[in-house]
Design a protein around this ligand. Structure first.
Ligand code: 8YV
Length: 334
Protein backbone atom coordinates (compact mmCIF):
# COMPACT_ATOMS: atom_id res chain seq x y z
CA UNK A 1 0.00 0.00 0.00
CA UNK A 2 1.33 3.45 -0.85
CA UNK A 3 0.35 6.09 1.66
CA UNK A 4 -1.10 9.25 0.20
CA UNK A 5 1.73 11.79 -0.02
CA UNK A 6 -0.53 14.61 1.07
CA UNK A 7 -0.73 13.07 4.53
CA UNK A 8 2.86 11.90 4.62
CA UNK A 9 4.60 15.09 5.65
CA UNK A 10 4.93 15.56 9.39
CA UNK A 11 4.00 18.73 11.12
CA UNK A 12 6.56 21.30 10.05
CA UNK A 13 5.94 23.10 13.35
CA UNK A 14 8.16 20.52 15.05
CA UNK A 15 11.21 22.45 16.38
CA UNK A 16 13.58 19.89 14.96
CA UNK A 17 12.26 20.30 11.47
CA UNK A 18 11.00 23.87 11.37
CA UNK A 19 12.77 25.86 8.71
CA UNK A 20 14.06 22.77 6.96
CA UNK A 21 12.43 20.03 4.91
CA UNK A 22 9.59 18.52 6.91
CA UNK A 23 10.38 15.21 8.52
CA UNK A 24 9.36 12.06 6.73
CA UNK A 25 8.97 8.95 8.79
CA UNK A 26 8.51 5.50 7.30
CA UNK A 27 7.21 2.41 9.03
CA UNK A 28 9.00 -0.72 7.88
CA UNK A 29 6.98 -3.91 8.34
CA UNK A 30 4.30 -4.53 10.95
CA UNK A 31 4.97 -3.09 14.39
CA UNK A 32 3.09 -3.14 17.70
CA UNK A 33 -0.52 -1.95 17.02
CA UNK A 34 -0.29 1.05 19.37
CA UNK A 35 2.97 2.19 17.76
CA UNK A 36 1.42 1.74 14.31
CA UNK A 37 -1.62 3.79 15.30
CA UNK A 38 0.43 6.66 16.73
CA UNK A 39 2.71 6.63 13.68
CA UNK A 40 -0.30 6.93 11.46
CA UNK A 41 -2.45 9.37 13.42
CA UNK A 42 0.11 11.62 15.10
CA UNK A 43 3.05 11.47 12.72
CA UNK A 44 1.31 10.72 9.41
CA UNK A 45 4.08 8.22 8.79
CA UNK A 46 4.50 6.54 5.44
CA UNK A 47 4.26 2.77 5.25
CA UNK A 48 6.81 0.89 3.19
CA UNK A 49 4.93 -1.38 0.79
CA UNK A 50 5.85 -5.06 0.93
CA UNK A 51 5.21 -5.78 -2.74
CA UNK A 52 8.58 -5.34 -4.54
CA UNK A 53 7.18 -3.35 -7.49
CA UNK A 54 5.19 -1.04 -5.20
CA UNK A 55 8.20 -0.68 -2.93
CA UNK A 56 10.36 0.39 -5.82
CA UNK A 57 7.81 3.05 -6.93
CA UNK A 58 7.46 4.19 -3.32
CA UNK A 59 11.22 4.59 -2.90
CA UNK A 60 11.49 6.48 -6.15
CA UNK A 61 8.93 8.93 -4.84
CA UNK A 62 9.91 9.22 -1.15
CA UNK A 63 13.44 7.91 -0.55
CA UNK A 64 15.15 11.34 -0.64
CA UNK A 65 12.87 12.75 2.06
CA UNK A 66 12.79 9.87 4.52
CA UNK A 67 14.82 10.70 7.64
CA UNK A 68 13.47 8.24 10.18
CA UNK A 69 12.52 4.57 9.88
CA UNK A 70 10.50 2.79 12.57
CA UNK A 71 10.73 -0.98 12.46
CA UNK A 72 10.55 -4.11 14.59
CA UNK A 73 13.24 -6.57 15.56
CA UNK A 74 11.80 -8.94 13.00
CA UNK A 75 11.54 -6.64 9.96
CA UNK A 76 14.43 -4.27 10.35
CA UNK A 77 16.10 -1.91 7.92
CA UNK A 78 18.29 -4.30 5.97
CA UNK A 79 21.32 -3.56 3.80
CA UNK A 80 19.52 -2.79 0.52
CA UNK A 81 16.71 -0.75 2.03
CA UNK A 82 19.18 1.35 4.03
CA UNK A 83 21.23 1.96 0.88
CA UNK A 84 18.07 3.13 -0.84
CA UNK A 85 17.44 5.78 1.85
CA UNK A 86 20.15 8.45 1.36
CA UNK A 87 18.75 10.92 3.91
CA UNK A 88 18.16 8.42 6.71
CA UNK A 89 19.20 9.77 10.11
CA UNK A 90 17.59 7.40 12.61
CA UNK A 91 16.20 3.91 12.91
CA UNK A 92 13.82 3.40 15.82
CA UNK A 93 13.53 -0.32 16.53
CA UNK A 94 10.72 -1.94 18.52
CA UNK A 95 12.47 -4.80 20.36
CA UNK A 96 15.80 -5.27 22.08
CA UNK A 97 17.17 -7.31 19.17
CA UNK A 98 18.04 -5.36 16.02
CA UNK A 99 19.74 -8.10 14.01
CA UNK A 100 17.36 -7.56 11.07
CA UNK A 101 18.86 -4.07 10.71
CA UNK A 102 22.26 -3.56 9.08
CA UNK A 103 23.89 -2.04 12.17
CA UNK A 104 27.30 -1.89 10.48
CA UNK A 105 26.07 0.27 7.61
CA UNK A 106 24.17 2.44 10.08
CA UNK A 107 27.36 3.00 12.10
CA UNK A 108 29.39 3.79 8.96
CA UNK A 109 26.83 6.33 7.79
CA UNK A 110 26.26 7.85 11.23
CA UNK A 111 22.64 6.72 11.31
CA UNK A 112 21.44 6.54 14.93
CA UNK A 113 19.68 3.32 15.97
CA UNK A 114 17.60 2.76 19.10
CA UNK A 115 16.18 -0.44 20.60
CA UNK A 116 14.06 -1.25 23.67
CA UNK A 117 16.38 -2.75 26.29
CA UNK A 118 15.59 -3.55 29.94
CA UNK A 119 11.80 -3.27 29.83
CA UNK A 120 11.52 -6.85 28.56
CA UNK A 121 14.23 -8.50 30.70
CA UNK A 122 11.80 -10.00 33.21
CA UNK A 123 9.34 -11.46 30.71
CA UNK A 124 12.04 -12.94 28.50
CA UNK A 125 13.81 -14.39 31.55
CA UNK A 126 10.49 -15.82 32.77
CA UNK A 127 10.10 -17.49 29.38
CA UNK A 128 13.60 -18.97 29.65
CA UNK A 129 12.78 -20.30 33.11
CA UNK A 130 9.52 -21.84 31.86
CA UNK A 131 11.34 -23.50 28.96
CA UNK A 132 14.07 -24.69 31.31
CA UNK A 133 11.55 -26.32 33.65
CA UNK A 134 9.42 -27.70 30.83
CA UNK A 135 12.37 -29.14 28.95
CA UNK A 136 13.73 -31.00 31.97
CA UNK A 137 10.44 -31.92 33.65
CA UNK A 138 8.42 -32.35 30.41
CA UNK A 139 5.31 -30.61 31.73
CA UNK A 140 3.72 -29.81 28.36
CA UNK A 141 4.45 -33.35 27.17
CA UNK A 142 2.72 -34.68 30.28
CA UNK A 143 -0.23 -32.33 29.63
CA UNK A 144 -0.52 -33.86 26.13
CA UNK A 145 -0.34 -37.29 27.78
CA UNK A 146 -3.31 -36.53 30.06
CA UNK A 147 -5.37 -34.97 27.24
CA UNK A 148 -4.77 -38.01 25.06
CA UNK A 149 -6.44 -40.13 27.78
CA UNK A 150 -3.31 -42.12 28.42
CA UNK A 151 -3.23 -41.45 32.20
CA UNK A 152 -6.91 -42.36 32.68
CA UNK A 153 -6.34 -45.56 30.77
CA UNK A 154 -3.75 -46.64 33.28
CA UNK A 155 -0.43 -45.59 31.73
CA UNK A 156 2.18 -43.80 33.85
CA UNK A 157 4.16 -40.81 32.55
CA UNK A 158 7.90 -41.60 32.31
CA UNK A 159 10.25 -40.16 34.94
CA UNK A 160 11.98 -36.93 33.95
CA UNK A 161 15.10 -34.97 34.96
CA UNK A 162 15.55 -32.93 38.17
CA UNK A 163 15.62 -29.20 37.39
CA UNK A 164 16.80 -27.82 40.74
CA UNK A 165 20.45 -27.75 41.71
CA UNK A 166 21.85 -28.23 38.19
CA UNK A 167 24.86 -26.64 36.58
CA UNK A 168 23.60 -24.25 33.92
CA UNK A 169 25.58 -22.41 31.26
CA UNK A 170 24.42 -19.01 30.06
CA UNK A 171 25.65 -18.02 26.62
CA UNK A 172 25.53 -14.23 26.64
CA UNK A 173 25.58 -12.72 30.12
CA UNK A 174 23.92 -9.44 29.22
CA UNK A 175 20.88 -7.96 30.90
CA UNK A 176 18.58 -10.83 29.93
CA UNK A 177 21.22 -13.49 30.64
CA UNK A 178 21.74 -12.03 34.12
CA UNK A 179 17.97 -12.04 34.81
CA UNK A 180 17.86 -15.72 33.78
CA UNK A 181 20.82 -16.53 36.04
CA UNK A 182 19.08 -14.82 38.97
CA UNK A 183 16.01 -17.03 38.51
CA UNK A 184 18.09 -20.20 38.19
CA UNK A 185 20.03 -19.36 41.33
CA UNK A 186 16.70 -19.40 43.18
CA UNK A 187 16.46 -23.05 42.08
CA UNK A 188 19.86 -23.73 43.62
CA UNK A 189 21.61 -23.94 40.25
CA UNK A 190 25.30 -23.20 39.76
CA UNK A 191 25.88 -20.71 36.95
CA UNK A 192 28.63 -20.83 34.34
CA UNK A 193 28.78 -18.50 31.33
CA UNK A 194 30.48 -17.44 28.14
CA UNK A 195 30.30 -13.82 27.08
CA UNK A 196 32.16 -11.52 24.67
CA UNK A 197 33.87 -10.03 27.70
CA UNK A 198 34.44 -11.73 31.00
CA UNK A 199 32.26 -10.39 33.83
CA UNK A 200 34.16 -11.18 37.05
CA UNK A 201 31.72 -9.06 39.08
CA UNK A 202 28.99 -11.65 38.37
CA UNK A 203 30.70 -14.24 40.57
CA UNK A 204 29.82 -16.94 37.99
CA UNK A 205 32.29 -19.34 36.36
CA UNK A 206 33.58 -18.04 33.03
CA UNK A 207 34.55 -20.21 30.06
CA UNK A 208 36.51 -18.77 27.17
CA UNK A 209 34.68 -20.82 24.53
CA UNK A 210 31.14 -22.03 23.95
CA UNK A 211 32.41 -25.59 23.58
CA UNK A 212 34.08 -25.53 27.00
CA UNK A 213 30.94 -24.05 28.50
CA UNK A 214 28.75 -26.76 26.92
CA UNK A 215 31.11 -29.45 28.19
CA UNK A 216 30.88 -28.15 31.77
CA UNK A 217 27.09 -27.84 32.16
CA UNK A 218 23.85 -29.85 32.27
CA UNK A 219 21.82 -27.22 30.44
CA UNK A 220 22.94 -24.52 28.01
CA UNK A 221 20.75 -21.41 27.86
CA UNK A 222 21.27 -19.18 24.82
CA UNK A 223 20.79 -15.49 25.63
CA UNK A 224 23.27 -13.89 23.20
CA UNK A 225 22.23 -11.17 20.75
CA UNK A 226 21.67 -12.21 17.16
CA UNK A 227 23.49 -10.87 14.14
CA UNK A 228 26.56 -11.81 12.12
CA UNK A 229 28.93 -12.02 15.11
CA UNK A 230 26.94 -14.70 16.93
CA UNK A 231 25.68 -16.74 13.95
CA UNK A 232 26.16 -20.48 14.49
CA UNK A 233 27.96 -20.08 17.85
CA UNK A 234 26.27 -23.31 18.94
CA UNK A 235 27.05 -25.89 16.27
CA UNK A 236 27.62 -29.61 15.95
CA UNK A 237 30.74 -29.61 18.17
CA UNK A 238 29.07 -27.60 20.95
CA UNK A 239 25.98 -29.84 20.91
CA UNK A 240 28.21 -32.93 21.07
CA UNK A 241 30.00 -31.32 24.05
CA UNK A 242 26.65 -30.76 25.79
CA UNK A 243 26.13 -34.51 25.50
CA UNK A 244 23.31 -37.08 25.60
CA UNK A 245 22.10 -35.96 29.06
CA UNK A 246 22.35 -32.27 28.13
CA UNK A 247 19.53 -29.84 27.32
CA UNK A 248 19.44 -26.62 25.34
CA UNK A 249 17.19 -23.59 25.85
CA UNK A 250 17.11 -20.75 23.31
CA UNK A 251 15.23 -17.50 23.93
CA UNK A 252 17.65 -15.31 21.94
CA UNK A 253 17.75 -15.72 18.18
CA UNK A 254 17.48 -18.87 16.07
CA UNK A 255 20.59 -17.85 14.16
CA UNK A 256 22.84 -18.28 17.21
CA UNK A 257 22.30 -22.05 16.93
CA UNK A 258 23.06 -24.07 13.79
CA UNK A 259 19.46 -25.22 13.30
CA UNK A 260 20.09 -28.27 11.07
CA UNK A 261 22.75 -29.43 13.58
CA UNK A 262 20.25 -28.97 16.41
CA UNK A 263 17.55 -30.94 14.59
CA UNK A 264 20.02 -33.82 14.04
CA UNK A 265 21.25 -33.67 17.65
CA UNK A 266 17.67 -33.92 18.95
CA UNK A 267 16.73 -36.68 16.51
CA UNK A 268 19.72 -38.91 17.12
CA UNK A 269 20.16 -38.42 20.87
CA UNK A 270 23.33 -36.31 20.73
CA UNK A 271 21.51 -34.12 23.29
CA UNK A 272 18.52 -35.04 25.48
CA UNK A 273 16.11 -32.21 24.72
CA UNK A 274 15.52 -28.55 23.90
CA UNK A 275 13.20 -25.68 24.73
CA UNK A 276 12.93 -23.15 21.91
CA UNK A 277 11.25 -19.77 21.56
CA UNK A 278 13.19 -18.73 18.45
CA UNK A 279 14.09 -20.25 15.08
CA UNK A 280 16.31 -19.53 12.12
CA UNK A 281 13.45 -18.78 9.69
CA UNK A 282 10.48 -17.60 11.75
CA UNK A 283 7.63 -18.32 11.65
CA UNK A 284 8.80 -21.60 10.13
CA UNK A 285 9.69 -24.34 12.63
CA UNK A 286 11.57 -27.29 11.16
CA UNK A 287 9.02 -30.04 10.46
CA UNK A 288 11.16 -32.68 12.19
CA UNK A 289 10.98 -30.78 15.50
CA UNK A 290 7.18 -30.91 15.46
CA UNK A 291 7.35 -34.69 15.51
CA UNK A 292 9.76 -34.90 18.45
CA UNK A 293 8.51 -35.16 22.03
CA UNK A 294 11.81 -34.06 23.59
CA UNK A 295 11.40 -30.50 22.27
CA UNK A 296 9.22 -27.67 23.55
CA UNK A 297 8.37 -25.23 20.76
CA UNK A 298 7.04 -21.76 21.54
CA UNK A 299 6.06 -19.19 18.88
CA UNK A 300 8.57 -16.44 19.86
CA UNK A 301 6.56 -15.21 22.84
CA UNK A 302 9.48 -14.18 25.09
CA UNK A 303 8.41 -10.57 25.59
CA UNK A 304 4.77 -11.22 24.71
CA UNK A 305 2.80 -9.90 27.67
CA UNK A 306 0.44 -6.93 27.49
CA UNK A 307 2.46 -5.06 30.11
CA UNK A 308 5.87 -5.55 28.53
CA UNK A 309 4.69 -4.86 24.99
CA UNK A 310 3.07 -1.63 26.27
CA UNK A 311 6.39 -0.65 27.89
CA UNK A 312 8.26 -1.47 24.67
CA UNK A 313 5.78 0.61 22.67
CA UNK A 314 6.17 3.56 25.05
CA UNK A 315 9.97 3.40 24.84
CA UNK A 316 9.85 3.16 21.04
CA UNK A 317 7.67 6.26 20.79
CA UNK A 318 9.73 8.10 23.42
CA UNK A 319 12.85 7.47 21.31
CA UNK A 320 11.08 8.79 18.22
CA UNK A 321 9.82 11.90 19.98
CA UNK A 322 13.19 12.69 21.50
CA UNK A 323 14.91 12.29 18.14
CA UNK A 324 12.44 14.67 16.56
CA UNK A 325 12.98 17.11 19.42
CA UNK A 326 16.75 17.21 19.71
CA UNK A 327 18.28 14.63 17.37
CA UNK A 328 19.23 12.21 20.16
CA UNK A 329 17.86 8.84 21.24
CA UNK A 330 17.02 7.67 24.78
CA UNK A 331 18.26 4.13 24.27
CA UNK A 332 20.75 4.06 21.39
CA UNK A 333 22.25 0.64 20.65
CA UNK A 334 25.55 0.13 22.41
C1 8YV B 1 9.85 -9.27 20.10
C2 8YV B 1 12.30 -9.78 20.58
O1 8YV B 1 9.07 -10.39 19.85
O2 8YV B 1 12.84 -7.73 21.56
C3 8YV B 1 13.20 -8.64 20.85
O3 8YV B 1 14.33 -8.66 20.34
O4 8YV B 1 12.69 -10.74 20.03
C4 8YV B 1 10.90 -9.74 21.05
O5 8YV B 1 10.79 -9.04 22.22
C5 8YV B 1 10.22 -8.71 18.79
O6 8YV B 1 11.18 -7.72 18.85
C6 8YV B 1 8.99 -8.11 18.12
O7 8YV B 1 9.34 -7.61 16.93
Amino acid sequence: MITDTSSAVNAAADPHTAGSTATHIVRVGPVNPHVAQVLDEEFRALVLPTDPAEQSDFLQEHAEQIRIAVCSGRFGVGTELMRALPSLEAIVNFGVGYDATDARQAAERGIAVSNTPDVLNDCVADTALALYLDTLRRFTASDRFVRAGRWSSGEGFPLTTRASGRTVGILGLGRIGAAIAQRLEALGCTIHYHNRRERPESGFTYHSSVRELAQAVDVLVVAASGGPDSAGLVGEAELAALGPEGHLVNIARGTVVDEPALVSALSNGTIAGAGLDVYAHEPQVPETLLGLDNVVVLPHVGSGTRETRADMAELTLANLRQFLRDGTLITPIG
